[in-house]
Design a binder for this molecule. Structure first.
Ligand code: PA5
Length: 298
């Protein structure tokens, strides 16, 4: 698949759900950091916003290719005359692409969607002209793999028997999304997230309740390239939690580039959720409730 030339477009929409949806969130952030100056929207819904029409690029990602929200968004994009590119391991999305003669990227089959993040991200980053980033992220993870797995195991032991609460910053917000989804799906456990700076305008007051805060264990994700005032807010959050006798775990990715540090944090969360599943005695793979709901809707 060739790199998509972005200059003719008025905006880009990434659409996809769950383990596939996060690919759009990561890609949109990377595009913004590269200075792409057209709007990049992430849609996790059946409908597209009214601004999306002719002149827009819609990138649809569904590992299975059968997710109805994504298929609906694609049909709507085609009706409105947007340019659609799709990524899946087959399924209905591939058939729709064939039917309308849309460019389509085929992924290897046989994985659970959330375990195919590497394939999906690499495909979409390559389409957006960022194949170099994807390759560097992969190499970086290979070199840190054993360190990350060990650290994840230790973190899982600390989180066991608590509600994990992930506080994150603008640059690490996508990691919080991934931590929550992975803890939900692999460890079959609830997980709460909130983002700075918004959490300083509401969530922080919720900590006043001793009974509920004592049930939580807090992770504080940040990156050194976050805005200086955000980094100050990270310190303030840590201090407030410590004043309450809580022991927040501060996490920053290892790596020279932002993309490497982000990959590190995501991989850490993936392994953390795996070890948490093991500690609770759950098989990380099946997601019966998701399958059941998809079955009820089909
Ligand atoms: O991880 C999962 O299994 C889910 O979050 C799926 O990714 C989600 O239901 C969407 O399915 P798909 O990725 O096949 O479009």
């Amino acid at each position: 698949m060739e790199v998509v030339e972005l200059s003719p477009y008025r905006g880009i929409v990434f659409t996809g759900m769950g383990g596939s949806g996060i690919v759009g969130e990561i890609t949109a952030m990377f595009l913004e950091r590269r200075g792409v100056d057209i709007p990049t929207l992430v849609v996790k819904d059946y409908r597209l916003p009214p601004c999306v029409k002719e002149g827009w690029l819609v990138v649809a990602v569904s590992y299975s290719g059968n997710t109805e929200e994504t298929l609906s968004a694609v049909e709507e994009a085609v009706r409105r005359g947007s340019t659609v590119v799709s990524v899946s391991s087959g399924g209905k999305l591939k058939n729709v692409a064939l039917q309308y003669n849309l460019p389509h990227v085929d992924l290897p089959q046989g994985f659970a969607p959330r375990y195919a993040l590497g394939y999906m991200l690499s495909a979409v980053l390559s389409l957006m002209g960022m194949g170099d980033i994807s390759q560097k992220m992969g190499e970086h993870l290979a070199s840190y793999s054993s360190v990350i797995k060990e650290k994840a195991k230790e973190l899982a032991q600390r989180l066991k028997n608590y509600l994990p609460v992930v506080y994150a910053t603008p640059l690490t917000g996508v990691c919080a999304v991934r931590y929550k989804a992975q803890i939900n799906e692999n460890a079959k456990t609830l997980c709460h997230t909130a983002l700075l700076p918004e959490l300083h305008h509401n969530e922080i007051v919720g900590l006043d309740n001793y009974l509920t805060r004592q049930m939580c264990h807090f992770l504080l994700l940040y990156d050194r390239e976050d805005h200086p005032r955000i980094l100050r807010r990270v310190q303030i959050t840590r201090d407030i939690l410590q004043e309450m006798g809580l022991v927040p775990i501060e996490l920053e990715g290892e790596g020279e580039s932002f993309e490497e540090r982000l990959a590190y944090l995501i991989y850490l969360g993936d392994w953390l959720s795996y070890h948490l599943a093991v500690l609770y005695g759950f098989d990380p793979l099946p997601v019966k409730s998701i399958d059941r709901i998809k079955g009820m809707l089909s």
